[in-house]
Design a protein around this ligand. Structure first.
Ligand code: SF4
Ligand code: SF4
Length: 258
């Protein structure tokens, strides 16, 4: 389906340092429940044989596929491909929480938010795009590993990165007569042979998926510490600035009166 915009992520694996700032930014921006995440960083582990070893961290989220298997199975029409942005979105008012789309997604990019009984996943921070901002994960990425933009715009950051790339890997899913055509384009993905191997889902072996969309116990603890710390730090900065400017204002008024 041709859409007005063709938003895509371009992810340079060589630049990811596994700091996971993107996970925190996403959770804060989108109020993601504590025991879930909308995005992952998959540790490929050591690849190759000595001395030709490599290790890569692969950032990952919903691929906003051109032919999304998730929309095909949605019985309520809640999951749809937006005709303007091309993003795959969920109308959570219409979602009945049946979970068919969770099973249909070959990338494990969806989960059911048990507290609300609806499906949730990456929206590319559509609320930020509408006011001209980048998705929170992209804006926060310290290594500039995550890029995002409109492929219909040849001057977008994503278009330029793809134009200048030596090679690009798309973790395409081709199975059951479908070709998902995902919209995450990877640069510098070192070992594609394991990723291209067949499994029950076709070309996307489960071993290359990040993992189930739940945090481990230790990570849940980490998230519970990191997010409050970031919130407290932001609050303290705001308070300090407010005090500083109020002081300036009072002193300015005094000087004026004198
Ligand atoms: S990655 Fe999964 S959830 Fe996202 S559009 Fe593709 S099939 Fe749907
Ligand atoms: S913020 Fe960027 S560098 Fe850090 S883990 Fe996420 S993608 Fe990797």
């Amino acid at each position: 389906m041709a859409t007005k915009n063709h938003y895509a992520f371009v992810i340079d694996v060589a630049r990811c340092i596994d700091c996971r700032a993107c996970l925190v930014a996403c959770s804060v921006e989108n109020n993601v429940p504590m025991d879930h995440t909308r995005i992952w960083v998959y540790d490929q582990g050591l690849q190759g044989t000595w001395p030709d070893l490599s290790r890569a961290f692969v950032p990952y989220n919903c691929m906003h596929c051109d032919n999304p298997p998730c929309t095909e199975v949605c019985v309520s029409g809640a999951t749809y491909k937006d005709a303007t942005s091309g993003l795959v979105l969920v109308d959570q008012e219409a979602c009945i929480g049946c979970g068919y789309c969770v099973a249909a997604c070959p990338y494990g990019a969806r989960y059911i938010d048990q507290s609300r009984g609806v499906v949730d996943k990456c929206t590319a921070c559509v609320q930020r795009l509408e006011v001209g901002l980048q998705p929170a994960c992209v804006a926060t990425c310290v290594g500039k590993s995550r890029l995002f933009g409109d492929l219909n715009d040849p001057t977008s950051e994503a278009s330029l990165a793809l134009k200048n790339a030596m090679s690009v890997t798309r973790l395409d899913y081709e199975g059951n007569g479908m070709d998902a055509d995902p919209n995450i384009f990877y640069l510098n993905l070192p070992d594609t042979s394991s990723i291209k191997a067949s499994d029950t889902f076709g070309q996307v072996p489960q071993s290359t998926l990040p993992r189930p969309s739940q945090y481990t116990l230790s990570e849940a603890g980490w998230k519970k510490v990191a997010i409050p710390l970031v919130a407290v730090a932001m609050g303290a900065t705001f308070l300090a600035q407010a005090i500083f400017f109020t002081k300036q204002l009072i002193e300015g008024e005094k000087d004026f009166e004198d």
